[in-house]
Ligand binder design. Structure first.
Ligand code: ATP
Length: 481
């Protein structure tokens, strides 16, 4: 048997700065690196390494599974990042997607004026810009959209933006989806993709980045049923996080009292990160605002001369707007109307970070010689774990590697598994603990004679002997497939 430490580990509270430990682990184990690190890095952009890409993909897959795959009333979409410039006028982003910004004339740093308490002075990092004595400007609005140009000519008619949210691609495809599928209101359109915001102060690791991924769904419903759907979606979305193992006690719902102009109600799902509460997802009742705005926008196209978008007047909302392309015809009631929209908008990077923070644990566990040491373990939900099982030959001889490879070759057709013969068994277990692998399968002398292997559980560290042909079922059961 692959002897290690089979007594149950005792959990301890991680000492020191938890966030620093998590950041260090994600770098050490290939989850997250700073973008362009070898060039000194860029602020607000992150690269997901070999483990991170698997974890984040599993987060997005779990979302897609819950939102599209397992629902009859939601379809998927993958719309382009680059859109017609008028989309951003109609959506309100050209005129209103800004944060109030304050410049410090002394240290030349920029701050969000609504986040001055958490900011630090550029010259005296121990002080806040409110206390360092630097000369501050009055707040002014700073549009968060990244500008770019379609084609080689950089004039105003070619100017567009990297999308700051994925939602507008959904609204712009509302009519296409209706005419090409059998959806009927109430129904949703979901998509996962990159968004870009030129955040004034990107910070808290990946929490506030300039390039990030969103998982958004627009749920179109009959006006009057929107309040019920809103409540339902808040519940469904909160449960998604707890079903994937996020601690209920570290999640809270926060109703907005100051609502955005398009919203009738907004509730954020927040997680208690080591740096404090932060939004994972916002659920908004957007009424019929977006479809109506785009209805006006598509009538503006012919009138737009390619000039500066901020001075464009959208076409008026006349009596005809109810019949436009972005309205819905109810075949049974013979009625045409503009549906209301409930939007659960989540961030893939923030969810990934929350799962990482929640999973990080340290416990006291005896090593192979019985010496108690601190073990770092990522207690990720098996469905999210980058690697589902590691196949480890006990020895690098006596037929163990060949037998282990055979098991690996069989399992890899079904699951993301790892083969590792590189170090002492205890060290290999610890490495898998740190990346959150739920099961370690060890091939030893008994395997050669009776076809059984030891399966070690990441959380309890208990080992059981099972027959090789039971491994697929065991992993499936663990993941909950
Ligand atoms: P915040 O108030 O934190 O700036 P927001 O309310 O502007 O976020 P939304 O526009 O509702 O965010 O976007 C939906 C989701 O997209 C957020 O809940 C978050 O998970 C994610 N998100 C938004 N901005 C960022 C960012 N700069 N970095 C990473 N994720 C983000």
């Amino acid at each position: 048997m692959a002897k290690e430490d089979s007594s149950t580990p005792t959990q301890q509270s991680p000492a020191g700065n938890l966030m620093e430990k998590i950041v260090a682990l994600t770098k050490r184990r290939g989850f997250i690196f700073q973008s362009s690190e070898v060039y000194g890095g860029v602020n607000g952009a992150w690269d997901y390494g070999p483990m991170g890409v698997l974890l984040k993909r599993n987060v997005k897959d779990a979302w897609w599974r819950a939102m599209v795959h397992e629902r009859e009333d939601i379809v998927g979409l993958d719309s382009a990042i680059l859109m017609h410039p008028l989309v951003w006028k109609s959506s309100g982003h050209v005129d209103g997607f800004s944060d109030p910004m304050i410049d410090c004339k002394t240290c030349k740093k920029r701050f969000r004026s609504d986040d001055m308490d958490g900011a630090v002075c550029g010259l005296k990092p121990s002080k806040s810009p409110l206390a360092c004595g630097g000369e501050l400007t009055e707040p002014r609005n700073f549009n968060l959209m990244f500008e770019t140009f379609l084609g080689p000519i950089s004039d105003s008619s070619a100017k567009t933006f990297l999308r700051p949210e994925t939602a507008q691609g959904i609204f712009a495809n509302f009519a296409n989806v209706i005419s090409t599928t059998r959806v009927k209101v109430p129904f949703g359109i979901a998509q996962v993709g990159k968004s870009f915001r030129n955040e004034i102060n990107p910070r808290n690791f990946t929490f506030r980045s300039r390039e990030f991924e969103q998982m958004e769904m627009e749920f179109f419903c009959v006006p009057g049923t929107d309040d019920d759907w809103f409540k339902k979606w808040v519940e469904i979305r909160k449960r998604w996080y707890t079903d994937l193992g996020l601690s209920d006690g570290k999640l809270r719902l926060r109703d907005h009292d100051k609502l955005a102009h398009y919203s009738k109600a907004t509730t954020d799902i927040e997680y208690l990160f080591p740096f404090g509460w932060g939004e994972l997802e916002g659920i908004a009742n957007r009424t019929d605002f977006d479809l109506r705005q785009h209805q006006r926008g598509i009538r503006t196209v012919g009138k737009w001369d390619g000039g500066d978008l901020s001075s464009v007047e959208l076409a008026a909302e006349d009596a005809e707007y109810q019949k436009g392309k972005l309205s819905y015809f109810d075949d049974e009631k013979k009625q045409r109307y503009i549906p209301y929209v409930i939007e659960p908008a989540a961030g893939a990077d923030r969810a990934t970070l929350a799962f990482l923070c929640d999973a990080y644990a340290e416990d006291n566990a005896p090593d192979a010689n019985g010496k108690v040491e601190t073990r770092v373990v990522l207690r990720l939900h098996p469905r999210l774990a980058p690697i589902k099982a590691a196949i480890l030959p006990l020895m690098r001889k006596d037929g163990h590697p060949e037998r282990a490879r055979k098991i690996y070759d069989d399992l890899k057709r079904r699951f993301f598994v790892d083969y590792d013969e590189s170090a002492a068994i205890g060290k290999r277990y610890r490495r898998q603990d740190e990346i959150g692998t739920p099961l370690c399968i060890t091939v030893d002398y008994d395997t050669i004679t009776d076809g059984t292997v030891t399966v070690r559980d990441r959380d309890t560290m208990q080992q059981v002997r099972v027959s090789e042909d039971k491994l697929r079922d065991l992993i499936e059961e663990k993941i909950g497939l």
